[in-house]
Design a binder for this molecule. Sequence first.
Ligand code: GLP
Length: 235
Amino acid sequence: MQVEVVAVDAFASAVADVVEDACRTNQNINVCFTAGRTPDAPYAELVRRRQQLDLSRVFAFTLDEYAGIPKNHPQSCFTSLHMHLYDGVGVGVDRVVTYDDEVPPETAAASYEQKLADMGGLDFSILGIGLNGHVGFNEPGTPFDIRTHVPKLAEATLQRAKREGWSNPPTIGLTLGLGTLLESKQVLMIANGLHKAAIIERIVNGPISEDIPATSFRDHPNCLLLLDEDAASRL
Ligand code: GLP
């Protein structure tokens, strides 16, 4: 894992640069997109660049989702990705791949994993980091080789959902597994803000441990951890 630190006001365009480069290709590629607040400004920057940006070869996979809600629920990751990115840059419905909301979560997780495998696995993954070091909904204690599954959400994750204005969030989720994500040919992990500084310090300098799922990417051969100066302030 490489670590790169940029100025706070350069974060959005630095992330957008990496995404733009990775998606400039003549072949179909499978890209996993994180939801959350971290990518808001980078996604807005990608939308701003839509004239020069070519995402026509991208199949866009949702990283994670709350289980038991319709995918067009206002708080779903799918809705957030459409609002902040897909609609603005013109990723068509036929290029978006997500969890089936009409079957039980375990069935949806298994079929999503299978679909991704049938399509050749992930080429590029853009991943946020939770305050507890989770990646997607791979919460602390998750084995590094787990495939796409139906996790019980950690208390910190539920609190975050409540802070986002969701009074009674689902207590289980759907997420691409760490094992699935670690097979991604290229990974971009992103974090900004002072509130992420403590967990970033542990991810970069602490032991590699299931207690902090993001540490599983330290040995990935092509992973960039891109931080703003606030998130990197304890390094
Ligand atoms: C949520 C999302 C994750 C996201 C993480 C960080 O749990 N399901 O995909 O990466 O939180 O969110 P934020 O970027 O808002 O800090």
